[in-house]
Ligand binder design. Structure first.
Ligand code: THU
Length: 159
């Protein structure tokens, strides 16, 4: 038997320590929480992606009375970005969330399905997507979705 330990790196920041571009992206994700349609969960998630051309595209969770028909903020942002700018790699993705009491103190992390979609972007453009997870207490940055999705499954695994 052999034990394998995986190495995952997460950086912790305060907002003012980040670059102007990253702060702008985080603010866009915070603003995007106001675009959520979360009548069922009352959990309002905002996401903002920075494309290689510098543009920011936002997303927010969209819920539905038929629950599985809704979509997370991260995927609305990623899919909107790719639908509008199909050749532009996503460099960075920021995520923020609030409930009825306000913005979350701890960083929010993407669900498993969103991690898989972000992985597809990394695979498609052959470059990592930086991820900024916002909380009012602290911000986490992660240099690749692979740190959040170890032993991941990509197209290459099928050949
Ligand atoms: N949600 C997101 O938009 N992103 C996440 O990372 C976690 C969950 C949404 C889905 C649903 O509308 C609500 O939050 C509660 O799960």
């Amino acid at each position: 038997m052999k034990k394998i330990n995986l190495d995952i790196t997460i950086h912790e920041w305060q907002l003012e320590e980040l670059s102007v571009e990253d702060q702008e992206l985080i603010r866009a994700s915070i603003d995007a929480t106001n675009h959520a349609y979360a009548n069922y969960s009352h959990f309002y998630v905002g996401a903002a992606v920075r494309l290689a051309n510098g543009k920011i595209v936002i997303g927010a969770n969209q819920e539905n009375a038929a629950f599985p028909s809704g979509l997370c903020a991260e995927r609305t942002a990623v899919f909107a970005a790719q639908a509008n700018f199909p050749k532009e790699p996503i460099l960075t993705l920021a995520i923020a969330a609030k409930n009825d009491k306000g913005l979350l103190a701890e960083p929010i992390t993407p669900c498993g399905a969103c991690r898989q979609v972000i992985l597809e972007i990394e695979d498609r453009y052959r470059q990592p997507v930086r991820i900024l997870l916002y909380g009012t207490n602290k911000i986490y940055s992660i240099d690749s979705i692979k740190d959040l999705l170890p032993l991941s499954f990509i197209d290459e695994n099928m050949h």
